[in-house]
Every structure is written in C-alpha cells, then in structure tokens.
Design a protein around this ligand. Structure first.
Ligand code: ADP
Ligand code: ZN
Length: 627
C-alpha cells in the first residue's frame, strides 16, 4: 500500500512520506509502537488500554496531560481494520496532528469547517477507498446527516472521543456538540469507543459515562503524578519582577506559559517581558481571531517563546518542550491549576510549575464569589474549589502529596517541590490571630466600622497615619499591640486567616469581618496554626536546572545544538513545528549516542521506520559535520 496522492490539500506535500514498509492492519500493538513511533515500551497502562480497544472493547481513559493518551487510540486505529475516527474540539490543531502522523507514516486526514470543498472531497474519497488509518473529525460535523452517511459507506475501526470532559455542562470546556456524541453508540453499536480526558474529578467521570452511554466501558485510571514537574508556590510581592527572575535564572531561552486572570494583565505582562528581552506573546479571548491563531502558531513553531495567556489558552496544545508554567494569579480550583501546570514537560524532562500567591488573591477571589451570580449552591461550589486551592498554597507538607491526595491518590513526600526542598515551619499563630480578630471585632462593635487589611495592620503596628488619626484608631485598645511582627508577616497572618475561613471579606473595598468560626479562636478554644515561610525560597543549587542542555555531557552539548539547528531548518522547510520532526529528548539521545550508521540510529527512542528513512542520512551527515 502506498501513500495516496492527495496533493497539498490533504497532506502538505513536503510532509507526505512514502514509507518503505508500512505497518498495517493486523500488526501487533508492540510492532506498531516500535516500527511506527520508534518507542521501546508502553508507558503505564497504555498496553492494557490498547489491547482492550484493539480487541473491540469500549474504554474510558483518565490520564494526566502528557501521560500518553494519543497512542491509546492511534495504535488501535493502525492495527484494526478500517479508519479510526477521532472526535476532537481542537480544530486549530488538527493540521499539526495530521502532519505529525504523516511524518511517522500513518495515513491521516481531517474534516472540519476550515477546509475547502476540494480538500474535503479528497479526504472523503480517501476514506471511502480505505486509504486512511485515522480521520479527525470536528464534533459539529456530526450535526449533518451527510457526515454520518459518509462514515457508513466506509469502515470505521473505532471512535476516539478526545477531551471527553467537553461533554460536561458544568466544566468550562463544555461543547454543546459533544452532547450529540451519544449517537455514535446508537448508530454504530458494534464499533469500539474510547473516551479520553485529563480531567480527574469524579463528577466529570460520571457525567462522561452517562452522556456518552459508556456504561459498559472499562475504566482505566492512570496515576496523575507528573514526577518531572517541580511544583513551587511563592509569596507574591512584585510578581512581574519575580517572573522575570525565574525566567532569567532558571529558564533562559525556554518555552513557557504564563497564566494571568485578566486580559489587561495578560497584555501588561507580555509587554513587560518583551521590554526585558523575553520573546513573549499575548493570548486571550479579546484578541482578534487571526492574532490569536498567529501567536499560537508562533508559540508552537518557534523555539523559546513565552505565551502570556488567560486560561482560554492551552487545551490540546501538545507542544512537548514547554519548560515552565507560571501563574501570576491564584487559579480558581485545583483541577484548573493541575491541568494548566500539566502543560509543562510532556517530554518527561525536568520542568517547573511556579505560582505567585498573595493576600490580594484571596481577597479578590473571595469577593468575586460573594458577588457572583447564581444560587447559593453554586457559590458554595466555587468556595469549596477555592478552599482546596488555598489549602494547597498554605500547606506545610509536600505539595505533590497534597495535589495527588486531592485526586484520591496516596503518595509519599516527593523531594521535588518547594516544601520538600526548603520546608516551611508550622508555628502556633493563636496569639497573633486573636490580636487581629479582636481588632476587627472592636472596630465593628465600638465604631461600627469595617476596614481592609492595610488599616488593620497599621493599627496593630501602632502607626499614626493620617487615616488612623482621622478615625482616632489610636485610642483602640489593640493599637500598637502587634509590633512583634513585621507588616509583611501581618499580611501573611491576614491571608492565612482568610484561607482558613477565620476572616471574611466583603464589599467593593475588600473589608474584613469575622466569621462563625472566629469566636472559638477569640475565646481560646481553637488554636490557629500558621505557615512561616522558609528563610529563602527553594535555593537554585538544590534543584536541577531545567534548560534543554542542562544535564547533557559537555561533549554532547554542541552536538545537540547542531542537531537543533538542523531540526529548525527542516521544520521551516516543511512548515511544521520543530517537535513534530523530533522531540528534544530524541535529539539529546542522538547527541549522546552519536550513531555512525542507520542501524544504531534506529535504536534511538523516537526514531521509527518512516523517520529513519526520511531523515537518517541527513542526521548522520549532521553528526559527521559536528566533528
Ligand atoms: P496526552 O495526550 O496524554 O497529553 P500525549 O499523547 O501527547 O499525551 O503524549 C505525551 C508525550 O509522550 C508525547 O510526546 C508522546 O510522543 C510521548 N509518549 C507517549 N507514549 C510514549 C511511550 N510509550 N514511549 C515514549 N514516549 C511516549
Ligand atoms: Zn514534595
């Protein structure tokens, strides 16, 4: 079987390959893994999942971002009779996915609203002629009967429902067209289905099962641990400077994603980074579509771009070499945080997840919830999400243990998060808490006043500011009783009392009041534990630098750079992202092994038959020239 000639409309001409020996229907999954993808072994429960689906079973797969979900439907599509149909909401990424598959010799195409009539016809023809291993389909295509009729006239190997959490109406990725995917089972009851998601909550799982009629599917739940990601949560003081410091000292030249809450702060931060020599681009829903698309494309194609974005950015971005994900604002839930940070380090190399968090975050988010529309139950859900996120920020235990615990997994201290690397102390904060709370109570009872954190701290520190004098707050009995702590430390106390639900925030100015639980603290019945920041944040020397060349042998580093340059030229010529040619991990291995013949090159992870054929000679020449 040869690659059908679609012309440049289906597969960009430069990318189309004609592999010598195509792995086809009937091969074993292990053969496909070695020969097509060039990988040695399956990861985690991939083998089990692939066997199950290749054997005709339905599956629900829950795996973290970067866990290796794609192979779970790609290999069954290759080895089963017919075409694997992948339903994906990620229209903008379909071309890249098809290019990547074409490069390893898998015959793939897509149908979505962005293509021309001619292009669509060519794909339909190829499908009907049995010349496609995989067909990517936008969910809205299934709205029209002609698509279903087309599928009927060919052979469907399986349905893969990617980003299956899009069926959940309460999640922020909800796609109405996903609801109609129950028709897959009704119309093609014998075709196996595999639904995949990286969203780990019980509620979402249950919803996927009922809405997609997957009651009979086997569930495969992978560990959600991402050991190569170092989790760090730092006190926020000058977030932009802190971010710049992080990039300059630990991730110079690396690709990364910076998440901000608002469009305005996205714009400002991107500008700040660009002014400071970091190649940064903005991404948010307020930008014109073509600007967003251009920025996304540059992030994927160029090396070392930093994308500053709202959470609108990221789903389905499978760039493997994102070396850091930074949050400048507190995420609204642990689920969101974990999904966003999971975009770092898909290639398994060391990566950083860094979050800056401060008093204002808590004030702002608590206020947003109390002012949010929707009923009390909805506000309770939002509060519960925020509380879990705050507990993660304020923990004195291993961050990873806490994260995995949230997803129902037990683990031991990881040694690769900030609290493991420089443990904070847990101190008895009952007395400071009482001083602060009684100031709040006195203001309320004696003066019928409410103030924000700044004024409370000024009172405790005994500062005679104009506002203190004007309000005669220097006559309060708590005036000046808190000089044992610095202003910064008091802000930490306020933040933690807010996080623990011992203070409540309200109104436009974020004024503070007591809660139902505060009384027990004031009466001495309830002790308060507080987190004391370690002297210094995680020292750089205690962690592995995460840059691409960091732990390469000195002799291999220039070879790796030569290979990177070679890859860049190839990518440009073929109009595909560099990582589609080879991942950094593969180039590193080549630079270390330095093969001098094709047989040795073929043993490198990530070098399959089609790529060996296409690039083998050119790589060997590059290695020879690198001396
Ligand atoms: P997910 O879709 O779960 O986020 P991907 O399918 O994109 O993850 O896989 C993440 C990365 O891991 C990809 O770069 C992929 O090529 C690589 N990968 C997946 N499975 C294996 C394996 N068995 N051996 C080596 N690399 C793998
Ligand atoms: Zn840890």
């Amino acid at each position: 079987m040869t690659q059908p000639d679609f012309g440049s409309s289906v597969v960009p001409r430069a990318v189309a390959t004609e592999p010598v020996a195509r792995v086809t229907t009937g091969a074993t999954p292990a053969e496909a893994l070695h020969r097509v993808f060039g990988y040695d072994e399956f990861r985690g429960n991939q083998a089990e999942i692939i066997d199950h689906v290749a054997g005709g079973g339905d599956a629900l797969v829950l795996m973290p971002t970067g866990g290796g979900k794609s192979l779970c439907y790609q290999i069954p599509s290759i080895v089963r009779q017919g075409t694997g149909v992948v339903i994906s909401p990620l229209i903008a990424l379909m071309q890249d996915q098809v290019d990547a598959l074409s490069l390893v010799g898998v015959r793939a195409a897509y149908l979505n609203s962005t293509q021309s009539v001619d292009h669509r016809r060519a794909v339909e023809q190829a499908y009907l002629a049995g010349e496609l291993d995989m067909l990517y389909l936008a969910p809205e295509r299934l709205r029209v009967e002609s698509t279903a009729a087309l599928l009927d006239r060919g052979t469907i190997a399986l349905f893969a429902i990617d980003e299956a959490h899009c069926v959940s109406q309460w999640g922020h990725d909800f796609r109405p067209d996903y609801l109609r995917l129950s028709m897959l089972h009704e119309r093609w009851p014998t075709v196996p289905r595999i639904a995949l998601t990286a969203t780990a909550t019980e509620k979402t799982h249950a919803e996927i099962v009922t809405r997609l009629q997957l009651e009979g599917a086997q569930h495969f739940v992978a560990s959600f641990d991402r050991p190569n990601i170092q989790y760090r949560i730092a006190p926020k003081n000058q977030p932009q400077q802190q971010l710049l410091q992080l990039i300059r000292t630990e991730h110079p030249g690396d690709a990364g994603i910076v998440y901000c809450l608002s469009r305005a702060s996205v714009e400002k931060t991107a500008e700040f980074l660009a002014d400071n020599g970091v190649p940064a681009l903005p991404y948010h829903a307020g930008l014109p579509t073509h600007v967003r698309a251009a920025n996304q494309s540059r992030f994927l194609r160029d090396d070392g771009i930093v994308m500053v974005a709202t959470i609108a950015f990221g789903m389905g971005i499978d760039k493997p070499d994102v070396r850091f994900v930074a949050h400048l604002d507190l995420p609204k839930s642990v689920e969101g945080y974990y999904q966003e940070t999971g975009r770092a380090g898909r290639d398994g190399l060391p990566s950083t997840a860094w979050l800056a968090y401060g008093l204002q975050d808590v004030v702002q988010q608590r206020r947003m919830i109390s002012e949010s529309e929707g009923d009390a139950a909805h506000r309770r859900t939002l509060s519960a999400h925020l509380d879990a996120m705050l507990a993660l920020c304020e923990t004195v235990q291993c961050r990873r243990m806490q994260l995995l615990g949230y997803f129902g997994e037990t683990s031991t201290a990881c040694g690769n998060c900030d609290t493991c690397l420089s443990p904070p102390e847990s101190i008895d904060g009952t007395v400071p808490a009482q001083k602060l709370l009684s100031t709040v109570v006195r203001l309320q009872r004696e003066r019928n006043q409410k103030f924000g954190a700044g004024q409370l701290i000024d009172i405790l520190l005994g500062k005679r500011t104009p506002r203190v004098e004007q309000n005669q707050h220097d006559s309060l009995s708590t005036f000046g009783i808190g000089t044992e702590l610095s202003e910064q430390e008091w802000r930490g106390v306020v933040r933690q009392l807010l996080a623990q639900g011992l203070l409540a925030v309200s109104g436009e100015y974020g004024t503070l009041g007591i809660t139902d639980d505060s009384a027990a603290v004031l009466s001495g019945q309830r002790p308060v534990a507080l987190r004391r920041e370690p002297e210094r944040a995680a020292k750089r020397s205690t962690r592995r630098a995460a840059g691409a060349t960091s732990d390469l042998a000195p002799a291999a580093a220039p070879v790796f750079e030569a290979l990177r340059a070679w890859r860049g030229a190839q990518a440009k010529e073929q109009g595909v992202p560099a990582y589609v040619i080879f991942h950094d991990a593969t180039l590193r291995e080549i630079a270390t092994v330095r093969p001098t013949d094709r047989a040795t090159l073929a043993t490198v992870t990530g070098v399959g038959e089609a790529k060996l054929d296409k690039y083998g000679d050119s790589i060997l020449e590059t290695l020879a020239a690198a001396g």
